[in-house]
Design a protein around this ligand. Structure first.
Ligand code: ADP
Length: 444
């Protein structure tokens, strides 16, 4: 460890790793500090994809999309409350970020759909596997190639400030070696607070008792640290509950399962909602059921389009039936009702119209290939949409809206861009677009 760098990055999720690479490539000396024994944070669990429009990969598939549509649909998903300047920067720059990743050997060329988007816009690895681990592995490889140091087990516990300027960090390197490290610029990429019962209790008590999909390091440290040097926060009460979470361990079941054609049924075996409405709406629909949970229904062909289902099965989350009737028995649902539900759904898919619940996406494939599978899910805490207030240059702002010199932030630790409801796949876009940009700005 050196006692000074041009740029220090706090946290090694997607935002921090992207920031480190772009700061290095802009000529800065950089180091990354990560409190956990592993890198990647919540980004490791990112499943759906990275949203971007007008990309080379959409073009190759003949998918017509526009930056304007991406902006409008994200704004609608956020109920019009998103910070529109940040959102505009995101939707304008996501396609370029997809190409930047491609130039780093990270190729996201398989497209799917998540709730609240009208065309496939969520970019996944070629084989359709979850985006997060692939992304983190690829970014870490790029750090190694550049000899950018990444210190694990190194918790940053404060920011240094002189005359209003942030001048570096206090950090326990390797857990024991407490040091002060000087930096011209400090980038906070510590992620959200979805694993902090105290902060959830403070800002959104309704969510405090739910299971969480978050890794245990998501405790809002960067928010508190930056507040101590005068940073402002926004939207802290907006906590995203993801509709499809296993309730035993908090495993997130990727939205791609629905994007690729799964339906949700209640304990009676009936559909009850548009499965690809926005996350907040689907979560509420499940919570409103008497039983408070639901089943994703999947056929063999769908399973092959979503390799993550193999992992869910290895964790004991998937029930199987050689026929729909057998599956119904497994999950204690009336067999005739489930069969009738799936038959009706397949007719809707064929007709390209869902008269029952108005679903419009994820309707390319019928559920007709045995065996059939069910995954029991209910909502769980997934993402904290509030956080540090930043501008489009990723500068952290104080309550007067002025940039705090020397301090930048990107990713889930920031607030505003998603408004009241984040569209699945927009967080990965956020961490790459703004992480990359934070690195450029911090290196100036
Ligand atoms: P994002 O998606 O915004 O990149 P992630 O949750 O993926 O956020 O990553 C944030 C990372 O920051 C996690 O690996 C987390 O352990 C790390 N982190 C959180 N607080 C600290 C801290 N005080 N010091 C160092 N690293 C931290």
């Amino acid at each position: 460890v050196q006692d000074s760098y041009d740029v220090v990055v706090v946290g090694s999720g997607g935002a921090g790793l992207a920031a480190a690479i772009s700061a290095h490539d802009a000529g800065a000396s950089v180091a990354v500090f990560e409190k956990m024994p592993v890198a990647g944070g919540n980004t490791n669990g990112a499943s759906a994809g990275m949203n971007a429009s007008e990309t080379i990969f959409q073009e190759a598939e003949g998918i017509e999309d526009s930056k304007e549509k991406f902006f409008e649909e994200s704004l609608e998903g956020g109920k019009g409350t998103n910070d529109q300047e940040l959102l505009r920067y995101l939707t304008d720059n996501a396609a370029d970020a997809i190409e930047w990743l491609d130039s780093l050997g990270i190729t996201l060329n398989n497209l799917t759909t998540t709730g609240g988007m009208s065309v496939p816009r969520a970019h996944r690895p070629e084989d359709g596997s979850p985006v997060g681990e692939y992304l983190v592995d690829g970014l870490i490889e790029n750090l190694s190639e550049r000899d950018i140091p990444l210190f694990l087990n190194s918790e940053v516990n404060g920011l240094m400030q002189e005359d209003g300027v942030v001048t570096g960090i206090d950090v326990a390197v390797g857990q024991t070696n407490q040091m002060s490290i000087q930096a011209k610029s400090t980038i906070i990429t510590t992620g959200g607070f979805g694993a902090s019962p105290d902060m959830l209790q403070e800002f959104e008590p309704d969510a405090a008792d739910s299971v969480t999909t978050n890794h245990e390091g998501a405790t809002g440290d960067g928010i508190k640290m930056a507040q101590e040097v005068g940073a402002d926060v926004v939207d802290m009460e907006h906590v995203q509950v993801h509709p499809t979470v296993d309730q035993t361990e908090g495993f997130l079941i990727t939205e791609a399962v629905r994007g690729e054609g799964a339906i949700l049924v209640n304990q009676k075996g009936e559909r009850f909602f548009n499965e690809l409405d926005t996350r907040d709406a689907v979560s509420e629909a499940i919570q409103s059921l008497d039983e408070g949970y639901s089943y994703l229904i999947v056929d063999q062909a769908l399973r092959e389009r979503v390799p993550a289902i193999d992992f869910y099965e290895s964790q004991g989350l998937v029930q199987k039936g050689e026929t729909l009737a057998k599956l119904a028995e497994e999950i204690d649902v009336d067999a005739e009702t489930l069969e009738a539900t799936v038959t009706a759904w397949n007719e809707h898919v064929q007709a390209g119209e869902d008269p029952d619940f108005g679903r419009e996406t994820g309707m390319e494939h019928q559920l007709s290939e045995a065996p059939y599978y069910a995954i029991k899910i209910a909502p769980g805490v997934h993402h904290t949409m509030g956080g540090l207030r930043i501008n489009t240059e990723t500068a952290v702002l104080d309550e007067a809206g002025e940039a705090i010199p020397g301090l930048y932030a990107a990713g889930e630790v920031t607030g505003g861009i998603h408004g009241q409801n984040r569209i699945g796949g927009n967080a990965v876009a956020d961490i790459i677009v703004f992480g990359r940009h934070a690195g450029e700005e911090a290196a100036k």
